[in-house]
Design a protein around this ligand. Structure first.
Ligand code: DLL
Length: 480
């Protein structure tokens, strides 16, 4: 049986849902006390309507609060444009026909140019910095597969705001000062480790700065130090769970209760697998170095999407092919503008991450725009036999089959002129069961993607494990 180490998440969720409703009720009372809407006949009526969550006056109040937020965003956007025009020669050239006064509302963001990873490479290393080098407190970089690394800089103010942001996100999933947070994201040029580290310290919890790898030690200290929160990539969480099981560790008997996973795409099914293995609640956190690092968006205890930190960023969704703006609820490429960054603000950065944005008040009370989990990157999308396929679709199929293990890879190759898709998955099955499972997997992939894949079931622990971001796809068609 799992020991109770003060696992507070579900109570917390109920509490925050109630307090959101109470907040709505009090807003309603205050604003409409001299002219209640039809539903607001008495305070009790307001309260019960607020709990059910849909009155005319709550909607009006939400609209007013959004308007207020967007006004502040527009002001910060104007300041950012002014800063870039005066301090970054690359942006001064790009923005030569745009005046700060052209930005009157956040919808005017569409007048601004996009920024891409290529722009960062062309300005390597410090060409996009808006402050002199001596004002930098830290530099991070991501290596990328080709060419020069992407370099990002931070002032001490940027680092302070980043830590604050992560601390708030940790709090929103139920992490408290009493928690011990094992940070198993890489420390170094990658933003994951240090980004989390300072957020945990800011919150006042205890940080165990493990970085990636050293799996045996991770497991030992997790037990000896009484880790309550694990932060790492979802693929490494799976690897740790598997290694722990091999050592006979029963995670359900340990105090660990929360996992904060991100830095790579993962599916809802993967979440369930991880939660089952550890007996924890797992939350999705999103971010990218170009914008700051982890924490651009994070789920709250309600898990109704990742809240975008709108005091710091403006999020848009565009059609990745045409660059045209898409509406809330439509899936496309996420574009982010930093509006509170000193060292390296970016305008309309094309993340290449595919997701959907939603508006409306979350049951935690926040009105911030929320994003769906990232389903893949526009440049990760495979076109196989003319069909668009995201690796996450194949992962969902695999993870929905209980007899298959969450360790797989996808190989795309060419035979003559024809594309071929090979999916290899580990499974603990006898030969007969294996043949049935392979056939079922083949049929399920066909029904989701429309593609006839070759399927191979492999013995457990055959495929390589990851300590950081995992690479599960090999497209051999472009190989020389
Ligand atoms: O991965 C920052 C980070 C660290 C995020 C720790 C979350 C946790 P980069 O190395 O620059 O930064 O990689 C950014 O990783 O554009 C996405 O494609 C992918 N990514 C990040 N978080 C998620 C997530 C960090 N939760 C790139 N789901 C992004 C899916 C993610 N993909």
């Amino acid at each position: 049986m799992k020991m109770n180490h003060g696992k507070k998440t579900s109570n917390r969720s109920k509490l925050s849902a109630n307090s959101a409703a109470e907040e709505n009720a009090s807003i309603c009372c205050q604003k409409y006390k001299n002219g209640l809407c039809d539903n607001c006949l008495s305070c009790m009526a307001i309260r019960s309507v607020a709990l059910s969550g849909s009155t005319e006056c709550i909607k009006k109040e939400n609209d007013r609060a959004r308007e207020e937020l967007e006004k502040k965003q527009a002001e910060k956007l104007r300041e950012t444009v002014a800063l870039l025009k005066s301090k970054v020669p690359y942006y001064s050239r790009l923005l030569k026909d745009i005046e700060v006064d052209d930005i009157q509302s956040i919808r005017d963001i569409e007048k601004l140019p996009f920024t891409t990873k290529e722009d960062l490479r062309c300005n390597y290393p410090f060409g996009l910095f808006a402050v002199p080098k001596e004002k930098l407190a830290r530099i991070h970089a991501s290596s990328g597969t080709t060419g020069k690394p992407t370099v990002v800089g931070y002032t001490s103010g940027d680092i302070g705001r980043w830590a604050e942001m992560i601390a708030q996100e940790l709090e929103a999933v139920g992490v408290t000062k009493e928690d011990t947070v094992q940070v198993a994201y890489g420390y170094g040029l990658f933003t994951g480790g240090l980004g989390f580290h300072y957020g945990v310290e800011k919150l006042g919890a205890t940080v165990v700065p493990m970085s990636t790898g050293n799996t045996a030690k991770q497991l030992q200290l997790m037990q000896d130090f009484g880790t309550t929160v694990l932060a790492c990539t979802p693929s490494y969480a799976l690897h740790l769970a598997e290694a722990g099981k091999d050592q006979g560790i029963d995670f359900h008997k340990l105090p660990i209760r929360i996992g904060i996973f991100g830095a790579e795409p993962w599916t809802e099914e993967m979440r369930q697998e991880i939660e089952k293995a550890y007996g924890i609640k797992a939350y999705d956190i999103y971010g990218l170095s170009e914008i700051i690092g982890p924490g651009v968006g994070c789920e709250c205890s309600q898990r109704q999407g990742l809240h975008i930190n709108e005091d710091h960023y403006i999020a848009e969704i565009i059609d990745p092919e045409t660059g045209a703006a898409l509406d809330y609820g439509q899936s496309g490429e996420l574009v982010l503008t930093s509006i509170a960054k000193e060292a390296m603000p970016l305008l309309r950065y094309r993340t290449k991450d595919i997701t959907t944005l939603y508006r409306g008040r979350c049951s935690c009370g926040s009105l911030n725009v929320r994003m769906d989990r990232v389903t893949g990157r526009s440049d990760d999308m495979l076109i196989i036999k003319g069909v668009n396929v995201f690796p996450s679709q194949i992962e969902s199929v695999i993870m929905s089959m209980p007899k298959l293990l969450p360790h797989y890879n996808i190989v795309v190759s060419k035979k003559g002129k024809l594309d071929e898709l090979l999916v290899q998955v580990e499974a603990e099955l006898s030969c007969d069961d294996g043949a049935i499972a392979a056939d079922k997997l083949r049929r399920n992939i066909m029904s989701i993607t429309g593609i006839a894949a070759e399927v191979r079931l492999l013995p457990p622990k055959t495929l390589p494990r990851s300590q950081g971001k995992i690479s599960r796809v090999a497209d051999l068609r472009q190989a020389p």
